[in-house]
Design a protein. Structure first.
Lengths: 111, 111
DNA sequence: GTGGGACATTGACAGATATCGATATCTCTG
DNA sequence: CAGAGATATCGATATCTGTCAATGTCCCAC
């Protein structure tokens, strides 16, 4: 089960309707949903889904009305889940939606 | 924003990629994901997705290895989110997947 | 290389969550 | 209607989560 955790949840997710899900698969799915289980993080994904270009952290602090450390906290969660990507540009950090992960996420609900 | 909470989250959910999501829509989506953000509840949905017939609470206690009150706790969360339906049959309570909600959930990820 | 700006990490804390035992409610059976 | 069984609710508790201030780290400009 620990092996799966070595890769982001979004890369391991399987359709929730599959038969006989293992404990690891259950945990992976839960981790993935947990990453989206906060309005601030939904907003981040929403913003990234509508942006063709990567978005700077400083833009999120204004968008979310949260402190900079809190924004970093949320971004880290989404990054760990594999839902977004990070790119360093000089002193700035830019984030973008991982479109592959987003596509996999849709298949999770192939009932 | 409170109006939306009067209906189950699954009935109010909108695609996460829609532009200009309101605070209420963000909260609704987060509530929906929160309902799935636990391995036990993923397992419940998984079981219901594979069952053509409603499933009795007593079956879940065995399946999940959790106490009966804890199982009721999880079922209540999924019910409140609108992801599952409840049906009373005599002294027993049977739960089933809300297929309409499940379909809507898939559309949330229409990136 | 010093200073300043951008972001991440840490520490502390309030609030939410998952869990269980005990208890209440509800339904059938006798 | 008394008892038993199934489920929901309540109360208590341990753990997890979201938040911010303070601090650390990294990068650029001067």
């Amino acid at each position: 089960m620990k092996q799966l955790e070595l890769r982001p949840a979004a890369q391991c997710c399987v359709p929730i309707a599959d038969e006989d899900l293992s404990e690891a698969e259950l945990a992976t799915s839960a981790t993935l949903f947990k990453a989206l289980a906060d309005p601030a993080r939904v907003r981040i994904v929403n913003r990234l889904a509508n942006s063709p270009d990567p978005v700077c952290v400083c833009d999120f602090t204004a968008l979310l009305g949260l402190s900079q450390p809190t924004v970093s906290f949320h971004l880290k969660k989404l990054l760990a889940a594999g839902l977004i990507d990070r790119e360093q540009r000089g002193a700035w950090a830019f984030y973008s939606l991982n479109r592959v992960a987003a596509a996999r996420l849709k298949e999770v609900f192939s009932f």
